[in-house]
Design a binder for this molecule. Structure first.
Ligand code: ZN
Length: 559
């Protein structure tokens, strides 16, 4: 089955349901008040859904008269809010992580080694061990590890362990050997946009950053379609279980597209997925046009993901001035200005929305410059709503440019609360004011779209709402919040996970709010998040997702 032929599949394969909903608190979402603030809409008593669309709102008895045969959902006191969206996630990565050695939260290098060695016991020699989630900033000393201790504990299996941000790997001796990075070749130069960290003897330490990861990843056994399907389904189920109705999947590769389209065709895709093609590797204009119209309202190709720098934790984010904690180093820019300009131009010509990963202030500026130049040539780029993914460190002089250019800040509140322990060390007191500064970057024409970047962070959107409202980590640190002037209200934070995310897809007139004429995607919780403020938001960390509904159908039931 070729990818192109999938564009022909019909839209009516999953029967969308009719439903009468009542009996709890129904929160229709947020809207913009006359003074331009995002505020909560008033609760309603009941809602009538036909074929997945909201057709009436009002008193339950009246709606029952309108739809006498309609199945009923009594919320029994639960709280319904518009379906939460993750505007930046990686479904396959999430499914993969569920199958790999989980290193999230590991507190020392010794603990990492114990977990990997335990996994090695069950495997034949030579079989790859993959893991994900380590973060040396949590360990005593906070230094990058050297592979020697790991290689001693796990000598017979090649090991590849992704850092929490996905922008660095730790590999052992067997993996370095496979990659030909030992002995005479240990002095092979760093690839453009990547670093091979070395010890004082000039040998690789086992830590490979950004493009240098390719030295080892190219030796991994290729995933088969059945593997991708199994992992994709696991990622979809996980997303639904945390209350997500829609995921903007960033960098959906060819095989994933084929698998997602196949699942949709078979009626096996209960989650809404908006796919962004991996533009750095797959970007011929002809190919883009072929894929552009693939899909339907449940699964579709929405745009193109590009990536211009690395991440801050591994000092791959590209900065205008030196890292505060590594003089002489400014991170890794992947593109010359004219290259990113060319890629954005290709997107604009194909009328495909660009979504560009940029973390450092130099990367953000390069992308904004490219958006600006292409908009003067092709004004309709603005209507495509170009997206700046992460927008983590934006120079003060560029804050207003997102609004001026109509660029969507697509941000991840839990990145801020994971990084707050060390972000100021990397950036210094001055630059940090423009870091994770979501309040400074958005406007009515460029509203915030929030996500988690799972599996880099946990996929739970309630944790993201908590982080946006408090700017505190899961332990409530620091008290009062980190750079608290950037905290958001409940309505603003929920708005970015619903209406703002829908706006980023150009779907603000059909999704993101529960109103007549809109699609019915809903998340049902055991508390009302609109009632919370920064002091009480920690309740979100204990809240339960009871139901996830997509197109009027129950896609996850956690009651
Ligand atoms: Zn990402």
């Amino acid at each position: 089955m070729s990818i192109v032929s999938l564009a022909l599949f019909g839209a009516a394969l999953i029967p969308s349901q009719d439903l009468l909903i009542f009996g709890g608190t129904i929160r229709p979402g947020v809207h913009e008040s006359l003074d331009g603030r995002l505020v909560a809409l008033e609760p309603v008593q009941a809602m009538l859904v036909q074929d997945g669309w909201i057709v009436a709102v009002g008193e339950v008895d009246e709606l029952r008269r309108q739809g006498p045969e309609v199945p009923e959902l009594d919320l029994e006191g639960m709280v319904l809010i518009p379906g939460l969206q993750d505007a930046h996630g990686h479904l396959l990565g999430l499914g993969e992580m569920l199958e790999q050695v989980n290193l999230v939260g590991v507190e020392s290098y010794g603990e990492l080694i114990r977990r990997v060695a335990a996994a090695a016991k069950d495997l034949p020699p030579g079989a790859w061990i993959q893991g994900r989630g380590w973060d040396q900033t949590r360990w005593p000393g906070a230094e990058f590890p050297h592979h020697s201790a790991l290689s001693e504990a796990v000598p017979d299996n090649p090991v590849l362990l992704e850092r929490i941000d996905g922008h660095a790997v730790l590999v052992n001796h067997a993996a370095l050997d496979k990659a030909g990075l030992l002995g005479a070749k240990s002095s092979s130069p760093d690839p453009a946009g990547g670093r091979i960290l070395r010890d004082p003897a000039g040998q690789p330490t086992g830590v490979l950053i950004d493009r240098a990861m390719g030295h080892v990843t190219r030796w991994l056994p290729p995933a088969k379609e059945a593997d991708v399907r199994r992992r994709m389904l696991a990622g979809v189920q996980k997303a639904l279980s945390v209350g997500l109705c829609c995921v903007h999947d960033m960098g959906t590769d060819r095989l994933s597209l084929k698998v997602l389209a196949g699942l949709r065709q078979e009626g096996q895709l209960p989650l809404r997925v908006a796919a962004y093609l991996p533009g750095n590797s797959l970007l011929g204009p002809g190919e883009l046009l072929q894929l552009k119209n693939l899909g339907d309202h449940r699964f579709r190709v929405a745009g193109v993901k590009l990536m211009v720098d690395g991440a801050l934790g591994s000092r791959g984010a590209w900065l205008l001035a030196d890292y505060e904690d590594e003089p002489g180093h400014r991170g890794l820019g992947r593109f010359e200005d004219q290259d990113i300009l060319r890629l954005v131009r290709i997107c604009a010509e194909a009328q495909m929305q660009p979504a560009v990963h940029a973390i450092g202030d130099a990367a953000c500026r390069q992308v904004l410059d490219a958006f600006g130049v292409v908009q003067t040539e092709i004004p309709s780029l603005r209507d495509l709503r170009p997206r700046l993914e992460h927008a983590q460190v934006v120079a003060a002089g560029d804050w207003h440019r997102l609004r001026a250019l109509g660029v969507i800040p697509s941000m991840q509140p839990t990145h801020a609360t994971s990084d707050l322990r060390w972000a100021e060390q990397r950036l210094g007191a001055d630059r940090v004011r423009g870091a994770y500064a979501w309040r400074r970057l958005h406007s009515a024409t460029s509203p915030l779209a929030f996500g988690s970047d799972f599996p880099v962070e946990r996929p739970e959107p309630l944790e993201g709402i908590y982080a946006a409202m408090t700017r505190q980590d899961g332990k409530g640190q620091p008290s009062g919040g980190w750079l608290p002037d950037q905290r958001l209200s409940a309505a603003e934070a929920i708005g970015a996970f619903t209406r703002g995310a829908a706006f980023a897809l150009g779907e603000e007139n059909t999704r993101g709010v529960l109103k007549v004429g809109f699609a019915f995607d809903g998340t049902v919780l055991d508390l009302d998040p609109f009632e919370l403020d920064a002091m009480s938001a920690e309740q979100l960390l204990q809240a339960r997702v009871l139901l996830t509904l997509v197109d009027g159908e129950i896609a996850f039931d956690g009651r």
